[in-house]
Design a protein around this ligand. Sequence first.
Ligand SMILES: [Zn+2]
Length: 114
Amino acid sequence: MSNIKKADLIQLFDFPRTRILKSMEVTHCPHAVFFNSSDEQCVTCHQGEECVWINHNDEMVAMEEKSIEDLKQQILVAVDFVDSSLSPHHLSRRNCQCENCVWLRKVQLTLKGE
Ligand SMILES: [Zn+2]
């Protein structure tokens, strides 16, 4: 059994949610970031992946009803987004205190169940 608490996982979503939304060019989106899988514009949009994530993990979505496995998977996707947006400078600094690195470390600890 793992010690991961759902509430802890859900808390981790706050940071990437705001961050991904900020990094997206919302002004260019004709749908105000409401992903529509039947809209060709959405499917071919270069922000598609981020957009799908946001729509899956919106505050309006009942996060409590998702399984731990589900939440873990979504967090890992968010880790990829944050990770890939960081310069190598962050990754080489073990104790970088920027909000991105602090969050990434928090995710690691939470996923370990510590
Ligand atoms: Zn950093």
